[in-house]
Design a protein around this ligand. Structure first.
Ligand SMILES: Nc1ncnc2c1ncn2[C@@H]1O[C@H](COP(=O)(O)OP(=O)(O)O)[C@@H](O)[C@H]1O
Ligand SMILES: [Mg+2]
Length: 123
């Protein structure tokens, strides 16, 4: 909702679908790396919950999606084989984003992806 409403407010409507896909892959990865992923976690487990954050930057010709988590290990796109059920998320991000990457953020790291905004010629 944050990504959708913010991009709509910015008038960046054409990239909303791509942004939702990218942010869901990146947030899923952050949850897998730092979150509680057991089914029906108990109260004590939830007390250990780590914060993650999503930040959007509106630039002149693009938007940047940044997802921060406390795990310092940075992601590496894997070579998913044809039948693999995992390891495709970052390939998807790579296909959709004009650029993506990660940087240390002490604690943790930020994984970011850039989506280009296509301006109409008459603008
Ligand atoms: N936020 C992250 N923190 C640490 N490792 C990550 C993060 N995102 C991705 N990775 C690593 O990169 C791998 C590839 O990610 P991805 O392509 O999304 O595949 P999948 O999530 O299905 O494993 C993950 O399995 C994980 O080891
Ligand atoms: Mg993933």
């Amino acid at each position: 909702m944050f990504v959708e409403t913010t991009l709509a407010k910015w008038g960046a409507t054409p990239v909303i679908d791509d942004a939702l896909l990218v942010v869901s892959e990146l947030v899923t990865n952050s949850v897998k790396a730092t979150g509680v992923t057991t089914r029906d976690p108990n109260w004590a487990e939830l007390g250990e919950l780590k914060l993650i954050s999503v930040r959007l930057l509106g630039l002149e010709r693009s938007i940047m999606i940044e997802v921060w988590d406390v795990e310092s290990r940075e992601p590496v796109a894997q070579r998913a084989d044809f039948n693999a059920e995992s390891g495709r998320g970052l390939f998807l991000v790579e296909a959709i984003a004009s650029r993506w990457g990660s940087r240390p953020a002490r604690p943790g790291k930020v994984v970011w992806a850039e989506l280009l905004i296509q301006h109409r010629r008459d603008e």
